[in-house]
Design a protein around this ligand. Structure first.
Ligand code: GBH
Length: 494
């Protein structure tokens, strides 16, 4: 079912794995500050050392090879490359580190997918207003150009910003992620807006200056659950599910893929709540300006982070002007779903297939990469993680159905995560890795979970099938080749 050149990957993010928080001239990021200020993270843990991938990259590479990945998704630490966030001063040691990572991957026939921003703004830029300030977009653009220039000869898949929704809401509304701001109902929309502007500027820079020679692709990673009405016959629940989709997926996908502006459902909900609360002035949801680079069409593929499904019913206001109140949807977990580790993560693999179909139908059949999907463990370590093995089998078969039966153009799947790592506000207590790390042991040795072996097995099986089909087609046996190739091949023949 999986097409030739399908990307089998796993992902990580700089702050979650690298450590070396002030090694070799790296500048501080907002996560360094957030963790060191205490109070925001489980047991006051921090990413000062994390998996120490800054020093143990060779070990990570062994893990990647052991899985047989074709792709590896990593993020660059902005403050490791540009300590004060600007290109005025480049940290060559940082450049060397990522050059080595990228070169080593390519030498092992693994393609890098590189995220420019995964939650870790240089503190120096936060001090100037961070993502709330309009000027951040051109600062990000300069950083992006620096990265395209430096690494783009070898990196062909780029993610500008990871999960703007999470940065906006958790970082600026709830205050549970860095920079820890709690400015409900206003800051998150502004931050999301500036992230879209930053992304679009970087995409236009790539398109004009780098694409002609580098020939890569650039997108922004959107996280979304799949939402279903709790009572499918009830109009108000259907509307609540639509609102939820608009406020998560639509918030970023509508501007990029549909209209160049936010979904109308979202704007009208926000504006009518503003009126209710007597909030004067301009809409809390900013408008894109005509004289700025266009947003529409600035995603070369759809990058989706999917974790779970929610059933939704109409909520009734919270009494406070905030995102939750604007969304006005109450999310319910079906008691029949098992919960893995964290409270928000119900195991519902079929939600991914439904979301993929929705993306195909709504956003004009884009190429899709599933840039994150995973399953966590909390409590006693289980190396024999039977449940997670089943999860990966199930979710990958849902992806196969999305491709084979629904005709979604899925180009790749990235498990989250390669390693157990620093899980943001949950510290090291929540483990998403395909490899286990004992963080109390100074060696930080990596041990494969059974689910890692299971994933490796699936990748091997895929590679075998591709190899066989190549053999058959070169010997002219079309019928067998057709069976192995699946839909893609039939399409080509038709
Ligand atoms: C991803 O976000 C991140 O990109 C990645 O860095 C992270 O390690 C991974 O997920 C696993 O969490 O705490 O109840 O307010 C996934 C999307 C959205 C899922 C926010 C958790 C928090 C719910 N996340 N959500 S709550």
């Amino acid at each position: 079912m999986f097409p030739r050149d399908f990307a089998w990957g796993a992902g990580t993010a700089a702050y979650q794995i690298e450590g070396g928080w002030q090694a070799d001239g790296k500048g501080p990021s907002i996560w360094d500050t957030f963790c060191h200020e205490k109070g925001g993270v489980f047991e006051e843990q921090n990413g000062d050392v994390a998996c120490n991938s800054y020093e143990l990259w060779d070990k990570d590479l062994e893990c990647i090879q052991q899985l047989g990945l074709t792709h590896y998704r990593l993020s660059l630490s902005w403050a490791r490359l540009l300590p004060d966030g600007t290109a005025r001063q480049v940290n060559q040691k940082g450049v060397q580190y990522y050059n080595k990572v990228i070169d080593d991957l390519l030498a092992c026939s693994v393609s890098p997918m590189v995220t420019l921003y995964h939650f870790d703004l240089p503190q120096a830029l936060q001090d100037q207003g961070g993502w709330k300030s309009a000027g951040i977009a051109s600062l990000f653009d300069s950083y992006a150009k620096f990265c395209f220039q430096t690494f783009g000869d070898r990196v062909k898949l780029w993610i500008t910003v990871n999960e703007p929704h999470v940065c906006a809401k958790l970082g600026h509304e709830d205050g549970i992620h860095a920079p820890g701001l709690k400015e409900p109902g206003v800051a998150a929309y502004l931050v999301g807006h500036n992230m879209l502007r930053a992304h679009a500027m970087a995409w236009h820079s790539y398109d004009a200056f780098y694409r002609p020679t580098q020939r890569g692709a650039v997108s922004l990673a959107i996280n979304s659950d799949w939402f279903e009405p709790l009572r499918p016959g009830r109009k108000e629940d259907i509307a609540a599910a639509e609102r939820d989709l608009a406020f998560t997926l639509g918030w970023f996908a509508w501007p990029l893929f549909v209209t160049g502006d936010y979904p109308e459902i979202m704007r009208s909900a926000i504006d009518s709540q503003s009126e209710m609360f007597g909030y004067g002035g301009a809409s809390r949801l900013p408008r894109f300006l005509k004289d700025e680079p266009a947003i529409l069409g600035t995603a070369d593929f759809f990058a989706l982070n999917y974790y779970t499904l929610r059933k939704v019913k109409a909520a009734g206001g919270t009494g406070q002007m905030c995102l939750k109140n604007d969304r006005d949807a109450e999310e319910v977990l079906d008691p029949s779903w098992s919960i893995c580790g964290v409270s928000w993560l119900a195991v519902v693999p079929h939600g991914l297939r439904k979301l993929l179909k929705y993306i195909k139908d709504t956003f004009n059949h884009p190429a899709v990469y599933i840039t994150e999907n995973g399953f966590s463990q909390v409590g006693p370590v289980q190396i024999e993680d039977v449940q997670r093995c089943g999860f990966y089998r199930d979710v990958i078969s849902e992806v196969a159905k999305a491709i084979g039966e629904d005709g979604v153009d899925v180009r790749g799947y990235f498990a989250w995560s390669l390693l157990d790592n620093f899980e943001w506000a949950d510290g090291f207590s929540v483990r998403f890795g395909l490899f286990h790390i004992d963080f109390s042991d100074a060696k930080l040795s990596r041990t494969i979970y059974h689910s890692g072996q299971e994933y490796a097995k699936m990748i091997r099986k895929y590679k075998k099938a591709i190899e066989m089909s190549a053999m058959y087609s070169s010997s002219g046996n079309q019928r067998v080749s057709k069976r192995i190739h699946g839909r893609k091949c039939q399409d080509k023949e038709a």
